[in-house]
Ligand binder design. Structure first.
Ligand SMILES: [Zn+2]
Length: 432
């Protein structure tokens, strides 16, 4: 397996920190960003790397040389004139033998590349960008996907968004089939996202790899210092998916959004005022915030899968406006008792996912390599507490939601009781 690191860009916004150094050479905790990338690749056995540099990129070549001191082999492509984010790949054909990763050199990251590649190969795709939610979806290009993770289109940040959208953005890392190089047939200025990704989407051959791993650019002094902090605290490597993850599972109704009548359409969803702050604290910690919700309103025919998606998009938009985001949302659309008017017969079943069963947690644990015994469940009902207990998690019951006692689970005793999600999250994270 090989990788190409695109390190040709300028990066003027960081001049106060870097002076005239190319941005990938910015030091984070004593090492250039590019070196962190190389160490991450190497940990997955990728030891054949090509770096694209501009003619001002000598500092990179002088530091890494042929890569021997870093235990890898490095080749260089030097752009005499700027060729955009993809034009330089024209010259990569002589180095690249098979599928490869393309990485932008100003990203601080740590990724389990083997897991990523296995997923990409299973999709039989041409291009698989790594996608994740971010803290500013409102001014980001978004990837619109179907249920198989195929990318349908890019929702440009310049669009007037008078609709609810899913917080899913392109992280700037791509798994590429070797044939992608055929699309770059001359050494001219080409934009990877605008031209190569877009044309691959149009061919139906681009899928996302959703990852909770750490990928952030350090493009402004503020971001730079927060990334350096995360590096010092070990958060960047802890989130690599080859390491066991810790989650804070969150119930939805009464925990994140205001408890009331069932939320049957998006206009009914209203966040609890402290929910964005609580979820942002989780985002900044080593835990993953993951929603686990029973939505029997679908089985009862009171709402549809499409409307539920709109409800969840609204939740993501409202959280995103406050710079908070969820790793993922799992829901159970089933209900066991049939015989009601308007119900959806095939969803009226005894399933493995309806809380307090733990099917949704097991699925999340498999998709994000989560250690359930080091994870927490926060919810407003004893059914939530029972779910957490069944999965081996620690539990907190919040009193912000459903006040009715549930006799069925009256023996489910939580580890703590808190007023709301913010108090609960602060308890877990030991914050005042
Ligand atoms: Zn279910």
């Amino acid at each position: 397996m090989q990788a190409i690191i695109q390190a040709g860009g300028a990066g003027t916004r960081l001049k106060s920190i870097t002076g005239d150094l190319p941005k990938p050479m910015v030091s984070i905790n004593g090492k250039p960003i590019l070196e962190w990338q190389i160490l991450s690749l190497k940990q997955s056995g990728i030891i054949d790397v090509t770096i694209v540099i501009s003619k001002n990129g000598n500092a990179i070549k002088e530091y890494f040389k042929d890569g021997k001191d870093f235990g890898i082999k490095i080749s260089y492509i030097v752009e005499e004139i700027p060729l955009g984010t993809a034009g330089g790949l024209y010259f990569a054909k002589e180095f690249i033998k098979d599928d490869f990763f393309l990485v932008f050199g100003d990203l601080m990251l740590d990724i389990d590349w083997g897991r990523y590649r296995d997923y990409a190969l299973s999709k039989k795709a041409l291009l698989v960008p790594l996608a994740h939610p971010n803290s500013h979806p409102f001014d980001s290009d978004l990837l619109v996907i179907d249920e198989s993770n195929k990318i349908l289109r890019i929702d440009s940040k310049h669009n007037v968004r008078d609709y609810y959208y899913k917080n899913l953005t392109n992280a700037g890392i791509y798994w590429c089939d070797h044939n992608i190089l055929e699309l770059i047939d001359e050494p001219k200025k080409i934009d990877f996202e605008k031209e190569i990704l877009t044309s691959t989407i149009e061919r139906g051959a681009a899928f996302v790899y959703k990852s909770s791993e750490y990928v952030k650019d350090c493009g402004t002094p503020y971001r730079y210092y927060s990334v350096e902090n995360d590096c010092k605290n070990g958060i960047i490597s802890a989130k690599r998916l080859s390491n066991k993850q810790k989650a804070i599972f969150l119930d939805r109704d009464g925990t994140i959004n205001v408890f009331g009548d069932f939320v049957r359409n998006a206009s009914k969803l209203e966040l609890i005022d402290v929910a964005p702050e609580a979820i942002k604290l989780i985002d900044e910690s080593e835990y993953l915030p993951i929603v686990i919700t029973n939505q029997p309103v679908i089985a009862r025919g009171e709402t549809t899968f499409d409307e539920l998606a709109r409800i969840h998009n609204k939740m993501e938009v409202l959280l995103g406006e406050k710079n908070a985001y969820l790793t993922d949302i799992y829901f159970c659309p089933h209900h066991p008792d049939s015989g009601y008017e308007g119900e959806v017969k095939e969803l009226k079943i005894v399933c493995d996912c309806r809380k307090p069963k733990i099917g949704m947690l097991l699925k999340a644990a498999s998709e994000y390599n989560i250690d359930l015994s080091k994870s927490w469940f926060i919810g407003d009902t004893s059914q939530d507490v029972q779910t957490g207990i069944n999965a081996g998690c620690k539990t907190i019951r919040v009193t912000s939601g459903d006040p009715r006692p549930n006799k069925k689970y009256e023996n489910a005793v939580p580890n703590y009781v808190a007023n709301d999600i913010l108090e609960a999250v602060k308890l877990i994270l030991n914050k005042k």
